[in-house]
Ligand binder design. Structure first.
Ligand code: HEC
Ligand code: HEC
Length: 180
C-alpha cells in the first residue's frame, strides 16, 4: 500500500517535471538569437551599433535625465567635448564640481561619497578637500546623456523611496543602512 502511494506520487512528480521541461524547451531562445544586436549572430556584416547623438549643449543649459534608479550615477547633462580624456593632473570636471567651486559655477558639487576618506578620519580637522582616487576617472561611471533608444525593450521600473532621489543623491546618508 505504502509503495503504491509512493509510486503514484513519483509518477505525478515526473509528469510535472516533464511538463516543466517541455515548457522550457518551447521557450528556448535559439543560438542565433542570443545577444543584443537584433541580428543573427551568424552574420558579421550588420553588427555596427546605431549612431548615437551625444548631448551638445554646454554646462548649465541642458535638460537633466531622471536618475535611472535610486543613487544611480547621474548622466552628464552637458557636452564633454574638450573635457575628456581625464588624465593624471588633468581633470576639468573637478574645476567645476569640487564642493568649494561648484556653487559659484552653478554645478552640483560631487557628493561626500566621492571625497577622500582621510578627511573624515583625521580628527575632524578642516583640511583641503580631496577627490577619492577611486572617483577620479568620472566617466567610468558618469556617461554623457545621449539620444539612444534602448536596443532591447527595457521593462525595468525604478522605485524611489524618497521622491527627491529622482534628481539627487542620498547615498551618503543611506549607505550604512542595515549595518549595526
Ligand atoms: C564649466 C563647468 C563644468 C565642467 C568643466 C563640468 N561640468 Fe558637469 N555640470 C556643470 C553644470 C553647470 C551642470 C548643471 C547643473 C548640475 O546639475 O550640476 C553640470 C551637471 C553635471 C552632472 C549632473 C549632476 C546632477 O545632479 O544630475 C554630472 C554627472 C556632471 N556634470 C559631470 C561632469 C563630468 C564627469 C565632467 C567632466 C568630464 C564635468 N561634469 C565637467 C558644470 C561643469
Ligand atoms: C565609481 C563610480 C563613480 C565615479 C568614478 C564618479 N562617480 Fe559621481 N556618482 C556615482 C554614483 C553612484 C553617484 C550617486 C550616489 C552617490 O552619491 O555616490 C554619483 C553622484 C554624483 C553627482 C551627483 C551628486 C548629488 O548630490 O546628486 C555628481 C555631481 C557627481 N557624481 C560627479 C562626479 C564627478 C565630477 C566625478 C569625477 C571627479 C565622479 N562623479 C566620479 C559614481 C561615480
Amino acid at each position: 500500500m505504502k509503495l503504491s502511494k509512493g509510486l503514484v506520487l513519483a509518477s505525478v512528480g515526473a509528469s510535472v517535471l516533464f511538463l516543466g521541461v517541455a515548457q522550457a524547451v518551447k521557450e528556448a531562445i535559439s543560438e542565433e538569437e542570443l545577444g543584443y544586436r537584433n541580428q543573427t549572430l551568424y552574420d558579421e556584416k550588420p553588427v555596427a551599433p546605431p549612431k548615437v547623438e551625444f548631448i551638445k549643449t554646454p554646462p548649465g543649459s541642458g535638460k537633466k535625465f531622471a536618475r535611472a534608479y535610486e543613487n544611480a550615477p547621474p548622466q552628464i547633462p552637458h557636452s564633454v567635448e574638450g573635457l575628456i580624456p581625464i588624465k593624471p593632473g588633468q581633470n576639468a570636471c573637478l574645476g567645476c564640481h569640487m564642493p568649494d567651486v561648484a556653487k559659484s559655477v552653478g554645478a552640483t558639487p560631487i557628493p561626500k561619497t566621492h571625497i577622500a576618506l582621510d578627511l573624515f578620519t583625521k580628527g575632524g580637522k578642516k583640511k583641503e578637500l580631496k577627490i577619492d582616487p577611486a572617483r577620479y576617472q568620472c566617466v567610468m561611471c558618469h556617461a554623457a546623456q545621449a539620444d539612444a533608444p534602448p536596443l532591447v525593450k527595457n521593462v525595468f521600473k525604478p522605485e524611489f523611496r524618497d521622491p527627491q532621489a529622482k534628481q539627487k543623491s542620498t547615498l551618503f546618508e543611506r549607505w550604512k543602512e542595515g549595518l549595526p
